[in-house]
Design a protein around this ligand. Structure first.
Ligand SMILES: CCCCCCCCCCCCCCCCCCCCCCCC(=O)SCCNC(=O)CCNC(=O)[C@H](O)C(C)(C)COP(=O)(O)OP(=O)(O)OC[C@H]1O[C@@H](n2cnc3c(N)ncnc32)[C@H](O)[C@@H]1OP(=O)(O)O
Ligand SMILES: Cc1cc2nc3c(=O)[nH]c(=O)nc-3n(C[C@H](O)[C@H](O)[C@H](O)COP(=O)(O)OP(=O)(O)OC[C@H]3O[C@@H](n4cnc5c(N)ncnc54)[C@H](O)[C@@H]3O)c2cc1C
Length: 699
């Protein structure tokens, strides 16, 4: 599909091929993809004379390719959608924290319906629609419909099933969710208690089930349940189940469905109707089991296809991959706010009464902020690479090559875990970097945190996912002597013998500026931690018992491996041609900051495995400090390059024009408490108390 073609028609008309469960596949680009441009600016204490980004119209994105040198293909679409959303009154940012749950939810329905209307009217491409969703910035049922329901049918349905269901889903004539988690089981998918029992008499299934899904909107769900036919169990499979009437939206007979109630934070993820669902003898036709992996015949016989059963988990691999890119977006947003505000905010400074120091000039502020800025870029690059990996694995799957599936699973699981944990921590750090004002709702950071933090849990608890990576790594180590060559992200393990012996060559601080030196240190650390775990595991008679006992160390080894992937993809990126004056140099600095800060934070690993000496660690730290000074002059430009509108940022502290204080003051007066000068409750509670004090004083 070309982006010029209509989104709706194209999706409907496109051939529904097996295994093509990446709706964004054609947008995949391994090219550099910063949403924005290189704008060397000096920040003189904050306020710029440019006005807000929305006010600037075409000035805002200053497309001066000769000066800026380089625009990724994605930029145009992203910028256009950002402005479309920012200028549409229906998409205005409500003060979500102030809305009741019902208002909040209805607003989301209104925005989602309007987005869909605009998508059709403007004949937006898939890429454009996806960007629009991003800038609308409100978790909604549509995320699950497009992000999980549709991919589940594409990945796990037969060609016939796809032809039946996908046109309905693409036109949103049915709305679906992904109903897998139960009250008692989430991580343990094989332990799901929902059963789907085949009844050959009537050619139907029956269910008993308790999900996390969509409580108020979905008409359909892909429900995961253990298949039972002829009294035998055949593992967990997906089933398309209609939940509500397409006429009046009432639940169908045997179905009890509702919302699970308020979640963390005010506003935040409460725009989403996570739901509870109970089936009481609900019957669905046999052909509504997604049968690409296994087919159930009319007689109730199970016929396994040549596709590995892990494909049932395929939707999760797809979504985990998208979550990595989303991590970069959430992190860059928080960093943009904290960086701009740090340039505006002044505290302490010269004793001679001169102007106070911008807090961004404090080394402590830089040492907390700039590694987060570097991480935002690092996650963007690793996210792009992961998209490529996913595209590659789906193409292979179509050709019945399943060889790279385990690596794709390990990479998506591990990087989802690493990037979401780091991003959640980083958003909170950005709040602290903004001092007291960071705690105000109007800073945008509290809600960003509340919306973001469940990413550490959904789509696989982060620790559970790292344990999956650890299993993969232990398998790889155990095969080292067998002649099976590790490939892809574990290729470095083929050099395990060398890496176990290697000595870091750094003698002076600048030696840490060699990518090969950094890579080798990270590879050596990962190999040594993995091999140490494998050796400890081998002492256990029962490997599963050993795995449980050593799980904390295994998680550390998995983290080391995932950090190596991010560092190596950043370095690879820099080996490509990157046009634009000074861009590559700045990215190089960020790459070193990312790597050396990790080294500093995980010094225990590097020292205890003997990968580096304490002297080399100290040189790395010296060098890291000097790199902060090199980022400082371009820090504002580096966050402006994300090209976020003030509408999207939703933060008084992160305003493009730096006009923070007057706007904070203005914002305060919008609070409902300030509607009246004397508060409600004065007569009832405050006045009697004051009078009592007065009486006591007179006594
Ligand atoms: C308002 C605007 C409107 C605009 C409208 C339109 C816009 C349209 C634009 C498009 C937008 C798109 C949006 C996308 C956004 C998406 C947002 C999504 C939000 C997410 C919400 C959250 C959803 C959920 O949480 S769903 C539930 C997720 N659940 C989990 O993740 C459960 C976690 N548990 C597991 O994954 C497994 O159970 C596991 C792996 C932990 C253990 O499984 P099991 O017990 O079977 O494992 P093992 O025995 O350990 O493994 C067996 C074997 O299988 C291998 N394996 C495991 N998993 C996988 C896998 N996924 N893939 C491949 N292989 C796997 C494992 O390695 C083992 O292999 P061996 O070789 O045998 O060792
Ligand atoms: C906002 C949100 C949206 C969601 N949306 C959906 C949805 O659309 N569809 C859907 O089906 N589900 C959804 N979920 C559910 C989500 O996928 C699960 O909550 C998630 O997979 C974690 O599973 P759990 O709740 O069973 O956690 P648990 O597995 O119970 O985890 C609890 C603790 O136990 C630890 N733990 C668990 N197993 C192990 C182990 N083997 N070894 C070591 N430690 C372990 C974990 O690390 C964690 O600390 C959503 C959840 C949230 C929060």
């Amino acid at each position: 599909m070309s982006s010029a073609q209509g989104f709706l028609n194209d999706w409907v008309e496109s051939r529904v091929g097996l295994g093509s469960n990446i709706s964004n596949s054609r947008n995949t680009s391994v090219s550099y993809n910063i949403k924005g441009c290189w704008i060397p600016l000096t920040d003189n204490g904050g306020r710029r004379s440019l006005g807000s980004r929305e006010e600037q119209g075409s000035v805002r994105c200053r497309r001066d390719e000769d000066r800026l040198g380089w625009f990724p293909p994605h930029f145009d679409v992203s910028d256009r959608m950002a402005r479309l959303v920012a200028s549409d009154p229906v998409f205005r940012k409500d003060n979500r924290a102030m809305l009741s749950r019902k208002e909040l939810f209805k607003n989301t329905l209104r925005k989602a319906a309007h987005a869909w209307k605009r998508i059709i009217e403007l004949r937006l491409s898939e890429e454009e629609a996806s960007e629009m969703r991003f800038y609308v910035d409100e978790p909604a049922f549509t995320d699950l419909h497009w992000g999980m329901f549709v991919p589940a049918i594409k990945g796990q349905g037969t060609e016939e099933q796809q032809q039946k269901w996908l046109p309905l889903a693409y036109k949103m004539q049915i709305i679906g969710c992904y109903a897998q988690t139960e009250l008692g089981h989430g991580s343990n998918v094989q332990g799901l208690e929902t059963t789907a029992t085949f009844d050959p008499e009537s050619d139907e299934f029956s269910f008993i089930w308790w999900p996390g899904g969509l409580g108020k909107v979905s008409t359909h769900a892909v429900v995961y349940a253990r298949l039972i036919t002829e009294g035998q169990e055949h593992g967990v499979h997906g089933f398309i189940v209609q939940l509500r009437s397409l006429d009046d939206h009432m639940p169908l007979p045997g179905i009890t469905v509702g919302d699970i109630g308020m979640k963390f934070g005010t506003g935040a993820y409460n725009t989403m109707d996570n739901g509870v669902l109970r089936f009481d003898n609900v019957r669905i036709p046999r052909n509504q089991m997604l049968m690409r992996v296994m087919r159930v015949t009319r007689e109730g016989k199970c016929v396994q296809s040549n596709v590995p059963r892990q494909l049932i988990y395929g939707t999760m691999v797809y979504v985990r991959q998208t979550i990595v890119s989303d991590a970069s977006s959430a992190l860059s947003r928080a960093v943009c706010i904290a960086t701009r505000y740090s340039a505006v905010r002044r505290q302490f400074g010269p004793q001679d009464g001169g102007v106070e120091t911008q807090v961004i000039d404090y080394k402590t502020q830089q040492s907390r902020l700039f590694p987060l800025l570097a991480s935002a870029y690092a996650f963007r690059f690793v996210g792009e690479w992961l998209k490529w990996l996913y595209l590659d694995v789906t193409q292979r799957l179509q050709a019945n090559d399943f060889s790279t599936l385990p690596e794709a699973h390990a990479c998506t699981a591990g990087l989802k875990s690493l990037t979401t944990s780091a991003t959640a921590d980083a958003i909170e750090e950005c709040r602290k970097l903004c001092g007291g004002h960071g705690y105000l709702s109007s800073s945008g950071l509290p809600e960003l945190f509340a919306v973001y933090v469940p990413a550490c849990t959904y789509e696989g608890d982060n620790v559970v996912l790292l344990l999956q990576v650890a299993r993969f790594l232990m398998k790889t180590v155990s095969q080292l002597g067998s002649g099976k060559k590790p490939v892809g992200t574990t290729a470095y393990m083929a050099r395990a013998e060398d890496l176990l012996q290697s000595r870091c060559s750094v003698q002076k601080a600048e030696d840490w500026l060699k990518p090969s030196v950094i890579l080798e240190a990270f590879e050596a650390r990962a190999v040594r931690m993995c091999v140490a775990c494998a050796q400890s595991l081998s002492k256990f008679q029962n490997p599963e018992e050993g795995f449980l006992e050593l799980s904390a160390d295994l998680v550390e080894a998995a983290i080391a491996h995932c950090q190596l992937i991010v560092v190596s993809k950043f370095i690879e990126k820099l080996q490509q041609d990157i046009p634009g004056k000074g861009v590559k140099q700045q990215l190089q600095i960020l790459c070193y900051i990312y790597a050396l800060n990790l080294l500093h934070k995980h010094l225990g690993d590097f020292l205890s495995t003997g990968c580096i000496t304490p002297k080399q660690a100290s040189l790395a730290n010296d060098h890291l400090r000097s790199l902060y000074s090199k980022v400082r002059p371009n820090a504002i430009a580096l966050v402006d390059a994300f090209n976020y509108t003030d509408h999207f940022l939703g933060s008084v502290l992160g305003r493009y024009d730096g006009n923070v204080y007057p706007k904070l003051y203005e914002e305060a007066w919008k609070d409902p408490l300030n509607d009246s000068v004397v508060p409600d409750g004065y007569q009832e509670y405050i006045r009697p108390m004051l009078k009592q004090q007065l009486r006591n004083a007179r006594l």
